[in-house]
Design a protein around this ligand. Structure first.
Ligand SMILES: [Zn+2]
Length: 288
């Protein structure tokens, strides 16, 4: 016979199980947000926040429209990853680092010049997280592994302190890309501003890339057709375009990239600036 107290106990057990399941589900969620241009944030299942190429005040970012300050919402940032020194990639890194205490991940020359020329907080730039191409580091208590990959591009860093007879661009080390491997989450490749190079196949052989964030804007880097070939070479399960439509002279939209990917039968998702997508494990679950 089922008594009232048995029913109550059953309900309590059921609610506890449901809550545990919900906590577990959200605990394994990784979030990827695009701010426009090459700027993304990744929030890991444990809540750590990584920013990549944080030009948050770029003109495509809806949060930066009408003179709004998009940095207000960035209350937590643990790591800032920068592929190379150009201004559209360093972006607002210094201001964000000063505000949040985020630790810098980039090559040593760029790190040193950002400290010396742009006042990046030195303690956050002089850590074991400064790395070189070919290397891998573990961050976020081992939850995330970051590999720095080659990129065929250039890299200088803007020197706001340059005098009238000094070059306004200082050395920025070699340009790079990143493979970001998240425990219980996806492996994400950010290509930086690279041209296509055939050794992208090696990146695809070495890492199981779930999502490739590829520069498709052309002119300064890969044209859409070669960006699609890059998606194929790194064996991306899902390709997401970036570095287009931000300013005149680069490809205005992702249509050409989508057409090329279709021919290659590679999954495509076009994010809107300001959009966040979620992953459960390495599977994309929902756009938000
Ligand atoms: Zn760029």
């Amino acid at each position: 016979m089922i008594t009232k107290s048995t029913t109550t106990k059953l309900v309590v057990v059921l609610v506890t199980l449901l809550l545990a399941f919900a906590t577990q589900a959200s605990a394994q969620e990784t979030k990827l947000k695009w701010f426009g241009h090459a700027a993304f944030s990744i929030t890991t299942p444990s809540g750590k926040v990584l920013l990549i190429d944080p030009w948050i005040k770029n003109p495509s970012n809806p949060e930066a429209k009408d003179n709004k300050d998009p940095l207000v919402a960035l209350t937590r940032v643990d790591y800032i990853l920068i592929t190379h020194g150009h201004r559209d990639h360093v972006g607002d890194a210094v201001e964000i680092a000063q505000k949040t205490g985020a630790v810098l991940i980039c090559n040593p020359e760029l790190a040193a010049n950002l400290v010396k020329l742009a006042d990046f907080p030195s303690k956050q730039a002089e850590t074991d997280n400064i790395m070189g191409i070919g290397g891998e580091i573990q961050i976020a208590g081992g939850e995330v592994t970051v590999a720095m990959t080659p990129a065929v591009h250039s890299s200088s860093v803007f020197n706001p302190k340059a005098g009238p007879n000094e070059p306004e661009r200082a050395y920025g080390g070699n340009p790079a890309g990143f493979v970001i491997m998240i425990k219980n989450g996806p492996t994400i490749y950010h290509s930086g501003d690279t041209a296509y190079f055939k050794d992208m196949e090696t990146i695809g052989e070495s890492y199981a890339i779930d999502v490739a964030l590829l520069n498709i804007g052309g002119h300064y880097g890969m044209e859409p057709k070669m960006a699609a070939r890059a998606a194929q070479s790194v064996r991306a399960k899902l390709a997401i375009p970036q570095h287009y439509g931000t300013f005149p002279g680069i490809v205005p939209n992702a249509d050409g990239f989508a057409t090329e990917l279709k021919k290659l039968k590679i999954n495509f998702y076009e994010m809107k600036p300001g959009e966040t997508i979620s992953f459960h494990g390495n599977q994309m679950t929902k756009p938000k």
